[in-house]
Design a protein around this ligand. Structure first.
Ligand code: FAD
Length: 388
């Protein structure tokens, strides 16, 4: 790594600093050596997930009364940022799992008995499956996904782009009910009618086990559903969690690719002068450093909102396009400064660019966030029903 290291703006307890230090060492010693191979194979790294279980990462957000650490999401997001310096894809794949047991306990009490132990040792994963092939923005036009049948629900439909859906043991499947409301159903993957299609191969974020899921007459007990009316606090917090995670991957990823690039440019010379010392190049690097720093300030200020109960609103929608666009610009600029070798996959810079571009689409693309900001902050734009 180079000397470049951005500052923290969030006050952490000694325990949190220790957790972050453990995460940093785990990233450098155990994730880093695996990154290139996972990127090529697109396989979810089960061995790393199990190691995370051994190191206690899955206990962090579990409530204290259940033997967990009782931490809020901020520590998880900071770990995500830390790992993203090494690999945005692996941060995207592994860090959300820290909340696995927490989400299970908080949202799906029925599945707790069956899966909590595995969720804590890193062998059970969940997936959110909510993207209908008809589009993810036009909720009100989405075909009916769940129909009432006595006390139960019957699900029919397809869900695209489910991160971890290829390996998940339980699904939080969302869609339109025949009562005209949006719901989230908790589905055990072993329920008859759940069909997980082959993995999707995307531009970047390899190893995140993305898959298409079809639900064919899947029966879900009536107590395994949670209505999530758009615009409610539950909806907003659920969405925000994904947006902020993507921002952490973006800011960490930008720090990682910039540090790697500065290291390289200190060694590569022209007329016996390191490229990093040529003012035309040093100025560009300085510009990137400023962009990363600004995005990190914005992101950490938003995280602070979650620590103080403010909830980050309305920054959650502003910060996602800001950070992911920044990452796309910085990673592309860095790749350019590597010259021809930058497009060689073995060097590992192209991987950051691919991850950055893929992240632009994940957790709602930029236009959707602009739409949200125009509406909820400026009071402008076409009204639609999704929450911020
Ligand atoms: C890496 C990755 C991981 C993902 N993980 C998951 C997951 O775990 N679970 C899940 O359910 N989904 C997941 N998704 C899906 C993702 O949330 C959607 O792809 C995204 O929300 C866009 O929806 P869409 O593809 O249907 O685009 P569309 O809805 O077809 O939109 C197409 C384009 O038009 C723009 N647009 C459409 N309507 C509007 C509007 N009203 N306002 C402004 N702009 C608009 C969009 O911004 C977009 O750029 C993932 C996607 C990716 C790439």
């Amino acid at each position: 790594m180079s000397d470049y290291e951005a500052n923290w703006y969030i006050e952490l307890t000694e325990e949190e600093q220790l957790i972050l230090q453990t995460a940093k060492e785990f990233g450098e010693n155990e994730i880093a050596p695996r990154v290139a191979e996972i990127d090529a194979s697109n396989e979810y790294p089960w061995d790393l997930a199990k190691r995370m279980g051994e190191l206690g990462f899955y206990h962090l957000m579990l409530p204290e009364k259940l033997g967990g650490g009782g931490h809020g999401p901020v520590i998880k997001w900071l770990i995500e940022e830390e790992w993203a310096k090494i690999s945005p894809a692996m941060a995207f794949a592994l860090a959300p799992a820290i909340g696995e047991a927490y989400y299970l306990v908080g949202l799906a009490p029925k599945l707790v008995d069956k899966y909590l132990e595995e969720a804590l040792d890193g062998t059970a994963k969940f997936t959110f499956t909510g993207t209908d092939p008809a589009g993810s923005f036009n909720h009100t036009e989405a075909p009916v996904f769940g129909r009432r049948d006595g006390d139960d629900w019957i699900l029919n439909g397809t869900r695209l782009f489910g991160t971890y859906a290829g390996i998940a043991k339980y699904h939080f499947a969302s869609g339109m009910g025949d009562d005209g409301s949006w719901h989230q159903w908790y589905v055990d993957v072993e329920t008859p009618g759940v069909k997980v299609e082959p993995f999707e191969r995307k531009l970047g974020l390899a190893g995140t086990a993305n898959a298409v899921v079809s639900y064919e007459s899947v029966r879900v007990p009536g107590d395994q559903v949670c209505p999530i009316p758009p615009g409610t606090e539950a909806d907003r917090r659920g969405n925000a969690s994904g947006y902020i995670g993507a921002c952490c991957c973006a800011v960490g990823g930008a720090q990682g690719v910039l540090a790697k690039t500065i290291d390289y440019l200190k060694q590569r010379t022209t007329h016996r002068v390191p490229l990093a010392d040529m003012s035309v190049i040093a100025d560009r690097l300085a510009g990137f450093a400023i962009e990363v720093e600004a995005a990190q300030c914005f992101l950490h200020n938003t995280l602070k909102g979650f620590q103080t109960g403010y909830g980050g609103k309305p920054h959650t929608s502003m910060v996602k396009p800001y950070c992911t666009d920044m990452f796309a610009r910085v990673s592309r600029g860095c790749m350019e400064l590597w010259g021809g070798i930058g497009v060689n996959e073995e060097v590992g810079v192209a991987r950051y660019v691919r991850d950055a571009l893929t992240m632009l689409a994940a957790d709602r693309p930029t236009t959707g966030h602009y739409q949200q900001v125009a509406q909820s902050v400026l009071g402008l734009g076409v009204k639609y029903t999704l929450s911020d």
